[in-house]
Write a protein that binds this ligand. Structure first.
Ligand code: SF4
Ligand code: SF4
Length: 211
């Protein structure tokens, strides 16, 4: 694990990138991982991960590459690309989820907790995400309060899975406005207890009306 995130599920992008055209640039696997790590730092994922891990939600749990006191010993493209429900929500609500997915769809060879990504390959789209730390810190505070307020252990982890599922369905129902609306409503209900996050989101959208 890095300071950012641990990942227990594969982000199974089925990219077939590898062919090149004039606009493609050659990039190394390590550079791609570096870009992903930098982007996650930029959006402030560490604040959310700290709370999630503190309540037993580490997505690296049980992974053989995780070493005590060291973290992930085998960072790969798959785990870097993978997002849990909380991080998906952060990018969805700021209009950046598609950008994230489009970037990683260019990266071949992603698998579960490992990759078969070539040392070098071609891409034509960079990954540039804005600083979302105010939003992620707000969400982290909300998550802490929510977990502390609920007797049942793991409340936020169940919430994370529900949000994740609904965002995946939202993407899967592309082209079906009725089902997409239903998913959007579900996501709004699930994220309604995130008061600080919602406030920061309003401020973010006001300052960036394009989103
Ligand atoms: S917040 Fe998400 S990425 Fe971070 S540790 Fe929890 S499940 Fe993993
Ligand atoms: S390889 Fe294992 S320890 Fe490393 S980020 Fe992925 S799940 Fe976590």
């Amino acid at each position: 694990m890095s300071e950012i995130a641990n990942h227990e599920s594969p982000h199974q992008a089925s990219s077939s990138c590898g062919s090149s055209d004039r606009s493609d640039i050659k990039i190394s696997r390590q550079a791609v991982i570096g870009s992903g790590v930098k982007a996650l730092q930029q959006i402030g994922s560490a604040a959310i991960c700290t709370i999630c891990i503190g309540y037993g939600g580490s997505c690296c749990y049980g992974c053989r590459h995780l070493a005590d006191g060291i973290g992930c010993r085998q960072r790969n493209t798959s785990c870097t690309a993978w997002l849990c429900g909380f991080l998906k929500l952060l990018l969805l609500e700021t209009g950046l989820l598609e950008e994230w997915n489009d970037y990683w769809d260019q990266v071949p060879g992603q698998d579960f907790r490992k990759d078969f990504t070539p040392d070098e390959f071609f891409m034509n789209r960079p990954l540039r995400l804005p600083n979302l730390r105010r939003l992620s810190e707000a969400l982290a505070d909300d998550l802490k309060d929510l977990e502390d307020a609920h007797i049942a252990n793991g409340f936020i982890l169940t919430l994370r899975e529900k949000i994740d599922k609904n965002i995946d369905l939202l993407e899967g129902y592309r082209g079906n406005a009725i089902k997409q609306n239903r998913m959007r409503k579900n996501i709004a209900i699930l994220s309604s207890p995130f008061y600080r996050f919602q406030q920061e989101l309003r401020d973010y959208r006001r300052s960036d009306p394009v989103r």
